[in-house]
Design a protein around this ligand. Sequence first.
Ligand SMILES: [Zn+2]
Length: 68
Amino acid sequence: MVLPVRREQHSMAKYICLDCGWIYDESKGFPERGIPPGTTWNELPDDFRCGECEVVKRDTDMWQKIDF
Ligand SMILES: [Zn+2]
């Protein structure tokens, strides 16, 4: 059985830090760092850091996109 996909949050993705397992959720953003909900990965600055460790966004090998 396939559940219907809600489309109003189109293509919101999550990215997991492969070093520590922290997840950036585009639909939630990162309000503690001034990143509003709905901010896509591409819109984050290159020096955006993982919420748990020192991995930065530009270390692309350290992040994996999670699609649902
Ligand atoms: Zn991390």
